[in-house]
Write a protein that binds this ligand. Sequence first.
Ligand code: NAP
Length: 242
Amino acid sequence: MLSGKTAIITGASRGIGEATAYKFAENHADIAIIYASNKEKAEDVCQSCIKNYGVKAMAYQCDVSDFKKVKEVIGKIKNDFSNIQILVNNAGVTKDNLLAFMSEDDFDSVISTNLKGAFNMIRHVSPIFMKNRSGSIINISSVVGVMGNAGQCNYSASKAGIIGLTKSIAKELAQRNIKCNAIAPGFIETDMTKSQLDNPFVKMIPLKEMGKPEYVAETALFLSLSQYITGEVIRVDGGLAM
Ligand code: NAP
């Protein structure tokens, strides 16, 4: 389905990004993975894509919050791959605390990675899409960007920001046939949530179970194939934010 296309996926050494890399590779896309520090795991994900699905896959270390470094790495990916058509902005971190205890650094660093990181990626990948007059940007937000959550004002603000970013970019780039959508996952079983299994939100999920990374990955695949959806936010949350 995605033969001949390349997908760039940030934060694909683990969790939702890893599952998204496999889902896109299974559908014949070549894969460029960006990770922060987990080189071994990122290389393993690439090897699995190559061995199991016969696609090209390469990993690049890059802190997505670093504007210059993102520019440099996108240049490398452009040299290594052809026909870059999909960007999944998935890299994200949490540094949770109640407002009264939240440091300036913890606020800034979550906004830098989660929100500015997505901007940096879009800023440097969109010229390729504009030249091709085609492209699909998929930003990973969160239900807490829609609902808010006590103890996560930095993270919720970054994820609400992602929704504003998505809709503005969708409006701005639609004339070049570039789609930009967001996914708002609920509680998904990854490293990020393993300390939160007793979070009261989990008991409030109408479908009565935490989500699997694959559920988000298949929504990303759906959006990457869609011709006529842009500026949309799709919840993948078992009904949590209903
Ligand atoms: P995860 O398992 O903790 O993985 C995070 C990924 O992001 C890793 O690949 C990590 O690379 C990468 N990363 C972190 N900081 C980075 C940086 N500055 N530059 C580049 N890469 C960076 O997270 P996850 O649960 O899969 O979450 C993926 C996305 O979904 C995040 O945006 C998260 O906010 C969002 N989300 C998750 C849930 C959930 O329940 N899990 C719910 C809603 C939204 P290293 O391995 O190298 O550290």
